[in-house]
Design a protein around this ligand. Structure first.
Ligand code: MOS
Length: 745
């Protein structure tokens, strides 16, 4: 009689068929009558002024409607106000076409609008440009003397600065039985989701717009457009039903949205602006970062001194900051710590959150330094982690709300066969390949924000839920439907989850691994409130058994209300609505962290990562032949979509460790490989045996559902585990990512 639970089932994503059959429409695919196409022109210098921008010839070309530059751009509200966006770091937001000043290479400087995309692109080549170039600096390493503390801003809520120094690091380090120090260099990376950025703006008359935008936050884009262009909030609707990957690149509205809206309002026409692959390298990236560590441990292996410093790139106009160095003392309970985070402003665009921003950078340095300490102490690296295990987050002296990391270590090690490892480098061999085993710990925040959800039951007995949240490919539609199904006691078929529309109830930008916890809690709250409304209507009916019952005595199952312990007493939701002469019942509810308990404990997800590599001694080629990631992330709503998240993170971890890097030619201040031929990412042949384990973890504090989130934890432990495995195979510690194979020769 009671419905089987949907939560915990490995359900395939509900929109999967639409995606693989090409029926899913993305932002750049929406058609509109007399649609105009915009093509963006980007600066080819890094710093200076535009001396001449001559569009006369280009403008005369057939099919060209208008060319916008800083000289003729409409004077929108944008240029007078300081509105940025919900993910803006402290500083002054970049304003396309504001004036003739060039702040970075690739900066958008003009928009050609034409009747076809090809015409717009062709005409863009005919624009004549002359620049007055100025001196610039784009190299982090040669500008470390300019490093300074980051400015604080709203963003520091989710990315707090490092905790204050504790104890006496210098003395504790000096007195340590063993010491390990390292310098770690990470290159620039660009997000490169499959779908490129696009906005299709439908001009609906008198300053009213409907916008199909590639974004991780429909309401973020709506606020941005309304504020920047001085439009009424209700006159700006942003929709993004499908997003072909984003990984952080869609957390901020990108310049194609500004350009498309500007042109649409000026021309009173429907306009689409799509970026091409090279332009995907012109609006944000994972910043290059240099880190230094010094860890000291006593004879028993206890780490008691931790120093970790990160110096990262930012732009000249915003202080983009990541949480790089805070993790070590959250993982290991040292009493003497010194953690520092610095920024070096350079003539580049502001960096931008990319999957596990800060975590995938900092944890590499921490976990490689830990590995080296273990080697020096002659203690197995896994045993070493257990010696330094803590249920207290020593960076804040708070307990973890839950932490099944020991179980991650145990199950992961067993599945991987960690006990077969030979600690002596260069001892395990397979043919002409050296084999190495490496492991690492992972940690990431289990954050939660505020969201609202509408739930409505209609006369056909179906329930529709509404949230402005996007689904960037993570399975949000599916898991929200599962949560609703269980709370309502209904099958998935009877639930419609409508989403990715800014006119729907508020959801924050989708990111930080907080979406399922944030919106899922609101779905649960709204569904429970809807059940209560249905209950009240039933109780008000004449001769209803419900009227004598309390809400808690009623079971909602398969569209019926039952009296607990008395299955014959039942009434259908359809009958309740009919007898009450109403067509629907509706409720909108909010869910947010409990201000009384939130912050009393540290909420985090953990992972243990085990990796096997093979290194070809003659060619230096490294292959990750096997990897196991075990994750403790609270309740897993859908093991299939959750596993996909972890697998994606693991593959990105392989990419970060071995392949991925944007190369800058500092003589020109320009990225030299803005294409997928030269920006290396793993292909199928690079990916072998990957395994994911979710360990059981119960946590009633994070939210009613015990959800912690699984977006970013998949990547953080992979780069250090691979680096440590390469050491075990070759005896060489390469602390620069990606590990270029020539370093092994
Ligand atoms: Mo994620 S980098 O918060 O999209």
């Amino acid at each position: 009689m009671t419905k089987t639970p949907a939560i915990g089932k490995p359900i395939s994503r509900l929109e999967g068929a639409l995606k693989v059959t090409g029926q899913a429409k993305y932002a750049g695919e929406y058609q509109a009558p007399d649609l105009l196409y915009g093509y963006v022109v980007n600066s080819t210098i890094t710093k200076g002024k535009i001396a001449v921008i001559d569009t006369a010839d280009a403008k005369k070309m057939a099919g060209v409607v208008e060319i916008f530059t800083h000289e003729n751009r409409p004077s929108t509200a944008w240029f007078d106000i300081q509105y940025a966006d919900m993910d803006a770091p402290p500083g002054t937001v970049f304003k396309p076409l504001k004036d003739n000043e060039i702040k970075y290479n690739g900066q958008p400087i003009a928009l050609v609008v034409a009747e076809t995309f090809e015409m717009a692109r062709y005409a863009a080549m005919k624009i004549k440009l002359a620049y007055k170039e100025e001196q610039f600096e784009t190299d982090l390493e040669s500008n470390l003397d300019k490093e300074r503390d980051p400015k604080k801003g709203i963003a520091s809520m989710l990315k707090p600065p490092p905790p204050k120094p504790k104890g006496d690091f210098e003395q504790a380090y000096r007195n340590s039985y063993v010491q390990s120090s390292g310098e770690f260099k990470h290159g620039t990376e660009h997000h490169n989701p499959m779908e490129m950025f696009a906005s299709t703006v439908i001009y609906e008359g008198k300053n009213k717009l409907k916008i199909y935008d590639k974004t991780q936050g429909t309401i973020n884009s709506q606020f941005y457009v309304a504020n920047v262009f001085g439009l009424k909030m209700k006159n700006v609707q942003v929709i993004s039903p499908f997003v072909g990957g984003a990984f952080g690149s869609g957390l901020r509205p990108q310049y194609q949205l500004f350009m498309a809206v500007m042109a649409s309002l000026a021309l009173k026409r429907n306009v689409r602006v799509t970026l091409d692959r090279a332009q995907m390298f012109t609006f944000g990236h994972r910043p290059p970062t240099i880190q230094y560590t010094k860890f000291g441990a006593d004879e028993t292996g206890k780490v008691n001194a931790i120093y970790h410093k990160a110096s990262a790139e930012t732009s000249q106009f915003e202080d983009y900051v990541e949480m790089v160095v805070n993790w070590s003392n959250m993982l290991y309970p040292a009493e003497n710590t010194l953690l520092e985070s610095k920024l070096v402003p350079l003539d580049v665009y502001s960096p931008l959150d990319m999957r596990a921003p800060g975590g995938s950078t900092g944890i590499h340095a921490i976990e490689v330094t830990m590995d080296e300490l273990a080697c020096k102490l002659n203690i197995d690296p896994l045993e070493f982690r257990l010696i330094n295990y803590s249920d207290i987050d020593k960076s804040s002296d708070k307990e973890f709300s839950s932490k099944e990391l020991k179980e991650c270590y145990r199950q992961g090690a067993e599945k991987f066969g960690w006990s077969n490892r030979n600690p002596q480098p260069r001892t395990m061999k397979r043919g002409n390949k050296l084999v190495g085993y490496g492991m690492a710990t992972g940690i990431w925040d289990a954050n939660r924000l505020l969201a609202r959800v509408e739930a409505k039951v209609t006369i056909d007995g179906r329930v529709e839920l509404k949230s402005a949240v996007t689904d960037i490919g993570t399975g949000t539609l599916t898991v929200m439907s599962q949560i609703a199904a269980d709370e309502l006691g209904m099958d998935l078929d009877n639930i419609i989850f409508s989403y990715a529309d800014s006119s729907m109830p508020f959801a924050p930008i989708q990111g930080g691994s907080f979406t399922t916890a944030t919106v899922g809690a609101a779905v649960k709250t709204a569904c429970r409130a809807l059940n209560k409304k249905i209950f009240k209507k039933a109780a008000a009916l004449k001769d209803s058994f419900v009227s004598k019952a309390a809400f808690e005595d009623i079971i909602f199952s398969n569209g019926f209300l039952f009296l607990k312990g008395s299955p014959d007493n039942r009434i259908s939701i359809i009958e309740i609505l009919e007898k009450s002469s109403i067509k629907e019942l509706k409720t909108t509810n909010m869910a947010m962290p409990n201000p009384l308990t939130d912050g009393k404990k540290t909420k985090a997800v953990h992972s243990a990562v085990f990796v096997e590599v093979e290194v070809d001694e003659e060619l230096g080629i490294i292959e990750v032949t096997r990897a196991v990631t075990s994750v403790a992330a609270g309740k897993i709503i859908n093991p299939k979509t959750a596993e996909s998240q972890i697998l994606g993170g693991m593959i990105w971890g392989i990419s970060k460790a071995l392949h991925e890097e944007t190369i800058t030619d500092h003589r020109f201040g320009k990225y030299m490989n803005p294409n997928l031929a030269e920006y290396h990412i793993p292909v199928h042949a690079d990916i072998h045996d990957l395994n994911v384990i979710f360990v059981d973890e119960k946590d009633k504090m994070v939210n009613d559902l015990g959800i912690k989130g699984v977006g970013e934890i998949g990547i953080v432990g992979m780069p250090p585990a691979i680096t440590n495995a390469v050491y075990n195979a070759t005896g060489k510690r390469i602390n620069e990512l990606p590990i270029h194979f020539d370093r092994l020769l």
